[in-house]
Design a protein around this ligand. Structure first.
Ligand SMILES: Nc1ncnc2c1ncn2[C@@H]1O[C@H](COP(=O)(O)OP(=O)(O)O)[C@@H](O)[C@H]1O
Ligand SMILES: [Mg+2]
Length: 306
């Protein structure tokens, strides 16, 4: 067994032990296993929905997704890692590793709606969520929806090089249905809901019930729904959003996030399923250092750094 595999195996054993020590705890009360949508979406044919309001039947799903907005994207070179077809680009391997860790976790618990957050701004939430969505759809037939839920400091439309509106804000305000705020760009099977226009009351909008309904209704259309969240420590939006998702992935910026602040952020999610921690912005080096997994969680290091 190579050193990397030994390290991974050891970390897996340690993680299993730490899970038993209640570090990663799934509270069934917060997992919406049979979610009941709170608001009907008038424009969707009832025939395409099941009793829970979710969309079903693959053909019907494709018809629904064809109603999304076809748009031209100009993804930022250098940080949007999977658009230029370079399978070996710096940082891509770490995202493949993260993908396989998430599939391993999914074998043990429901995991489709994933919230990506961190303690503070500028730690790499948008970087991680967007590249994760990209790497997910690199696997044949997998569909991913990326949602920019950082209504206060939306970023994803800039890095993907596309329009910010209409988006989540318009949906939450009841002005648009889900497909008229959802874009499909140049990467097959990758869909995107931008944040939408700036609003004065993001916390109230995120908590008005429509986002919860949106996520539970759309989950049957996608293999992954990745929600790019606001930072957890200064505002409470992320903790609220976590209740609508199956799991939380926390980003910690290497050499920048203060330990106390990261710990405080982690406490924000004590009632949610924290599935792992991504240590972002680690300098390159040996593959051993990049693939190190900490004993206290599923920690993956992303090597790309400015
Ligand atoms: N690992 C990384 N390698 C290169 N650039 C990164 C990395 N992580 C973040 N960045 C860049 O740092 C900036 C802040 O990251 P971002 O994902 O927008 O943070 P957040 O969403 O947490 O506020 C962005 O310009 C982003 O492209
Ligand atoms: Mg962001």
């Amino acid at each position: 067994m190579s050193r990397i595999h030994e390290a991974l195996k050891k970390a897996e054993d340690e993680r299993a032990a730490s899970r038993q020590a209640n570090y990663i705890d799934v509270n069934p009360d917060v997992l919406p296993r049979n979610p009941i949508p709170q608001m009907p979406v008038e424009s969707i044919s009832p025939a395409a929905q099941n009793a829970s309001g979710q969309f079903h039947a693959p053909a019907a799903q494709d018809v629904l997704l064809s109603r999304t907005i076809e748009s031209k994207w100009a993804p930022e070179a250098g940080t949007m890692l999977f658009f230029d077809e370079d399978e070996q680009a710096f940082g891509t391997e770490e995202f493949r590793t993260l993908r396989s860790r998430l599939y391993q976790i999914r074998e043990r618990q429901p995991l489709r709606k994933l919230l990506v957050t961190s303690a503070l701004p500028q730690e790499g939430k948008s970087f991680v969520s967007s590249n994760l969505a990209q790497v997910m759809v690199r696997q044949h037939g997998r569909k991913a929806l990326l949602i920019d839920a950082d209504l206060r400091a939306s970023q994803l439309h800039r890095t993907l090089g596309t329009n910010a509106t209409p988006g989540l804000a318009e949906y939450l305000l009841g002005e648009n249905d889900e497909f008229s705020v959802m874009q499909r760009g140049p990467m097959e099977n990758l869909f995107f809901i931008p944040a939408g226009r700036m609003v004065s009351n993001p916390a109230e909008l995120l908590g008005n019930g429509r986002l919860k309904s949106l996520l539970s209704r759309l989950e049957s259309l996608f293999d992954w729904i990745i929600v790019d969240a606001p930072p957890a420590v200064p505002i409470s939006d992320a903790a609220l959003l976590a209740k609508y998702c199956d799991g939380v992935l926390m980003v910690v910026r290497s050499n920048e996030t203060p330990f106390d602040v990261a710990r405080k952020a982690r406490m924000e999610f004590k009632d949610s399923a924290l599935v792992g921690i991504v240590l972002n912005g680690v300098d390159g080096g040996t593959s051993y250092s990049k693939y190190y997994y900490a004993a206290y969680g599923n920690e993956a290091r992303t090597g790309a750094k400015k």
